[in-house]
Design a protein around this ligand. Structure first.
Ligand SMILES: [Ca+2]
Length: 321
């Protein structure tokens, strides 16, 4: 059996096993390198190669798509449609995620317990011809069965795209090309590098029949959003993201100083634009991604349920375990 085919098979079996066990939402047992791209909060993007930028656009964007040679790998397109927050129009957030795969268009919307497939509402779990979608702990989780691809959306704050290494250098979109270099993730479809997140985001706009006037409504945000006043109690929760002795300590101790500062800044920024409601997502995002990045380091992991419960936060209203 061809090695590449074997790796794909192992990765897909690993994903399916975890879906069936439903033990944990997002951490995936690592059998070889994979890429994780995420869009979180107001929205903070992190590419497969760890480029970070903010982008407050309100159109539909190519988040991650297969741009390799036709027929080499199973193709897919993942778009995110963003909208302004109702009370804080300076910031935007993910409204829905649109997945083109296996001849279907699957939309993960604001209610993570249901989806639409080719425009028809479907309850979860749902099995398509080459994929399934499950509701797991507040997320709608799309998992391809024939290739290493998983997309998760909680309906309001966090989008995760995970791909196997076979897609390295074969991707395009806001999540980058997944070639191991963050520098070239500024590249726009034109081949030129964007000067900031705004230009990069605009360059990956895709046609959107839901809002054809999108470019007219879009507000440019060439400068970072300003921090807004935050309740001291909320700010104290954000500080936990940098506390090496706190409940997130095992992960904080394995996080760079630069990343810690960015995590706290983003937590405070999101809290300001959500009146404090986003701290749950900030903690959850840090724990979920941190656990996943340190999947091979047991002492680096944190118990997400304990972390959230220590702040009186549940898992999106559901039991964490
Ligand atoms: Ca790259």
């Amino acid at each position: 059996m061809d090695l590449r085919v074997l790796l794909v098979l192992l990765f897909v079996l690993s994903m399916k096993a975890q879906i069936n066990e439903a033990a944990v939402v997002l951490p995936i047992t690592t059998i070889f390198r994979r890429g994780v791209c995420h869009l979180v909060g107001e929205p903070h993007y992190t590419s497969f190669d760890h480029l970070t930028f903010d982008w407050q656009g309100v159109c539909k964007y190519n988040l991650a798509s297969y741009c390799g040679r036709p027929s080499l790998l199973p193709p897919f397109q993942i778009f995110s449609k963003n909208e302004h927050r109702l009370m804080r129009p300076a910031a935007s957030w993910p409204l829905y995620v649109e997945i083109h795969f296996g001849g279907d268009i699957v939309v993960l919307g604001s209610n993570p317990a249901v989806i639409t497939v080719n425009g028809v509402t479907q309850s979860l779990p749902y099995t398509g011809g080459s994929y399934n979608v499950a509701y797991l702990y507040g997320y709608a989780v799309f998992t391809a069965m024939i290739t290493p691809l998983r997309v998760s959306f909680d309906g309001t704050n966090s989008v995760y795209v995970r791909v196997g290494y076979i897609y390295a250098s074969h991707l395009c979109g806001l999540c980058g090309n997944f070639d191991g270099s963050s520098a070239n993730d500024w590249q726009m479809p034109s081949g030129l590098n964007a000067v900031d997140g705004t230009q990069l985001g605009e360059s990956w706009t895709v046609p959107d029949s839901d809002s054809v006037d999108c470019p007219k409504r879009r507000k440019r945000r060439d400068v970072p959003l300003p921090l807004l006043p935050v309740d001291p109690k909320v700010a104290a929760v954000c500080d936990v993201l940098g506390d090496v002795n706190g409940v997130l300590g095992p992960l904080v101790r394995n996080t760079t100083e630069r990343a810690i500062k960015l995590n706290i800044y983003n937590c405070l920024l999101d809290a300001g634009y959500s009146d404090g409601a986003s701290v749950y997502y900030s903690l959850r995002h840090f724990a979920v991604v941190g656990n996943e990045e340190h999947a091979n380091c047991a002492e680096c992991q944190v118990d997400l349920a304990k972390v959230l419960s220590s702040f009186g936060l549940g898992c999106n209203g559901k039991p964490c375990t």
